[in-house]
Design a protein around this ligand. Sequence first.
Ligand code: ZN
Length: 67
Amino acid sequence: MTRDGLTLRPTFGHVAMCVVCHENTKAPVPVRDIPSTSGPETTLYACPDHAAEVSPGPILGELDTRP
Ligand SMILES: [Zn+2]
């Protein structure tokens, strides 16, 4: 850890909306990626309370078979 890591204000983490309760969460759990034909995939997130309720789908890189 550097001195800056001890002295600078912590940055806010990734914030995303839960697909179940539609509330923003600061601890999003990626549950599924939706492929797109015109750009990058869209990742759906759930809050920690609802992550276990969502049927998981493949997320980016999960199906890669390359080493
Ligand atoms: Zn939720």
